[in-house]
Design a protein around this ligand. Structure first.
Ligand code: HEM
Length: 420
């Protein structure tokens, strides 16, 4: 697409290149240095409008912390104009909202995700990890890290959070894959490459989750339990409660936001450890490093590569004039290699501390709600693996997800060599 003197060819939204080569770090590094707020050309044939690509850490923090200048609506629809019904759905989803609407809903759901509420799940998460590892060991020595460990862990944790039967995990897996991995033929269930059909499959999955959440709410209203669903359906100390469609849309968001992200952090993290055996050995020698490892994994992998914002008025960013209505895309994967912030950003260092990465967002009002849960899942998973499968090795090709949005791994064959 764009050609600048001395620049690599810049195209940050070609899903084929992500599938083949992963995050385009050479392009992002060049942009950080020479054009940190870069006017990315569109591709009218593919229906992609132009946008500003923001690649430096400081600028992404600025965008994230100024929702009055950079709206989150509609951040998930990067390049398409949406049909009316989908726009309406997006408008109601917290992820797409701006203050003050966002503030009220976020205040309500925060109560299920406080560090204390999440810490209380440690035992359950440890049980889930142990069970998964035991199943792998029993079937071993060959396994697929994604299918057998990284994917089921967050699915089972979400079932636990919602108080949903664990047998439902397969359909939740399918729904969330269809919604998020729409660019990958393996995830669109025969929808082919026609964007209309792909979008239709995504809509169907969203409707199915909506109906599922609706049933869940009805069951918990009739029979309250000690789970997050019940907590969210009951008024909090300030009397606030999720009402109307809000609960269903929140469940939809949880299933999508809490699944792929953690799955890809776990598999990308395991891959990084196996490809940097010195770091794996260091972790084995000092398992206390598992806390810093979890954040280094999120920095290194950056499971969510980007999000879009839209300028609400004319403003300036990185010396560029941004016009009202312009699309502004923040590349977290680039911020996480910013030489201005990190020493040796291209070194995977399990002891990195401090680690002000933007893998969970740039620190504004939308900062990842599941941050404590994601860290806990990663920590407990790697503790369990260190304890039970310290000699794991890669045995075949790692297949990446075809997506410029999620930095994902679909298959990762490993040989597990459990301790005798
Ligand atoms: C938001 C990343 C795990 C729930 C976000 C954002 C990012 C992100 C980048 C957007 C932040 C912004 O716009 O400033 C990740 C990563 C994860 C992870 C990398 C795993 C390693 C989870 C989990 C859950 C979750 C486990 C819940 C079960 C959410 C929700 C939002 C969000 C609900 C929207 C918050 C809002 O709009 O206020 N996450 N996430 N995430 N995340 Fe996560």
């Amino acid at each position: 697409m764009a050609h600048l003197t001395g620049a690599p060819e810049i195209n940050l939204v070609d899903p084929d290149s992500y599938e083949r080569d992963g995050i385009p770090h050479a392009q992002l590094t060049w942009l950080r240095e020479h054009a940190p707020v870069f006017r990315h050309e569109g591709d009218p044939e593919r229906g992609w409008p132009a946008f500003w690509a923001v690649t430096r850490h400081a600028d992404i923090v600025h965008v994230s912390r100024h929702p009055e200048l950079f709206s989150s609506f509609t951040r998930l629809a990067l390049f398409d104009e949406l049909p009316d019904e989908e726009l309406a759905l997006n408008q109601l989803m917290m992820l797409n909202q701006d203050p003050p609407d966002h503030t009220r809903r976020r205040g309500i759901v925060n109560r299920g995700f406080t560090p204390r509420a999440i810490e209380a799940l440690t035992g359950h998460i440890r049980d889930i990890c142990r069970r998964l590892v035991a199943e792998v060991a029993e079937r071993g020595p060959e396994a697929d890290f994604v299918r057998d460990l990284a994917a089921p862990l967050p699915l089972q944790v979400i079932c636990e959070l919602l108080g949903a039967p664990v047998e439902d995990r397969d359909k939740i897996f399918e729904w969330s894959n269809t919604m998020i991995g729409g660019d990958d033929p393996d995830f669109r269930k025969g929808a082919g490459v026609d964007p209309e059909t792909v979008a239709e499959e995504g809509r169907k999955a969203a409707m199915a989750i909506y109906a599922y959440a609706n049933e869940l709410a009805a069951r918990r209203r009739a029979e309250p339990r000690d789970d997050i669903v019940t907590k969210l359906l009951q008024p909090g100390p300030d009397g606030e409660v999720l009402d109307g469609d809000e609960f269903e849309l929140f469940v939809l968001l949880l299933m999508v936001a809490g699944n792929e992200t953690t799955r890809n952090a776990a598999s990308g993290g395991m891959r990084a450890l196996l490809e940097h055996p010195g770091q794996w050995e260091r972790l084995k020698a000092d398992p206390g490093l598992v806390r810093t490892t979890a954040d280094e994994i999120v920095r290194w992998v950056t499971p969510v590569n980007l999000f879009r914002r839209t300028a609400t008025r004319d403003t300036e960013l990185g010396g560029e004039r941004i016009r009202e209505g312009d699309k502004v895309v923040v590349f977290y994967a680039s911020a996480n290699r910013d030489e201005r912030v990190f020493d040796d950003p291209f070194t995977f260092d399990v002891g990195r501390d401090p680690n002000p990465h933007l893998g969970f967002g740039g620190g504004g009002p939308h900062y990842c709600l599941g941050v404590h849960l994601a860290r806990l899942e990663l920590r407990v998973l790697f503790e369990t693996l260190l304890d039970t499968m310290p000699n794991m090795e890669l045995t075949g090709n790692v297949r990446r997800l075809r997506s410029y949005f999620i930095n994902g791994v679909k298959e990762m064959p490993v040989r597990v060599a459990p301790r005798a």
